[in-house]
Design a protein around this ligand. Sequence first.
Ligand code: 5GP
Ligand code: ZN
Length: 113
Amino acid sequence: MSDCIFCKIIQGEIPSAKVYEDDSLVAFRDIQPAAPTHILIVPKKHIDSVNALAPEDEALIGKMFSVAKEIAAQESVAEKGYRLVVNTGAEAGQTVFHVHLHLLGGRDMRALI
Ligand code: 5GP
Ligand code: ZN
């Protein structure tokens, strides 16, 4: 996807603060953090949103959660708690249409939905 900002980050055309990378996923710090720890876990394969997931993406999506768990420990938020969020569609607040998992931690989020 030539006009996708996350594809550009994956291809190194736009810089990012990467915290993890393997053959299928990358994770980097959100440019506008909503919490002290705010990391985006992103598949290298371009998928618009959860609405565009195919059965063959199931392992990839599962791996996003496994990597989130590892990053939460690395960022020292695993014990206190963290939130994993996937916005899907405009009304849910999705602004980048390349599927991604937000990892948010380091502050009290109990009063928020
Ligand atoms: P969404 O609203 O689609 O669930 O989340 C998109 C996220 O991507 C937002 O939290 C936004 O701050 C972040 N973002 C948008 N552009 C960039 C960028 O160029 N670099 C980084 N690191 N994050 C970005
Ligand atoms: Zn993309």
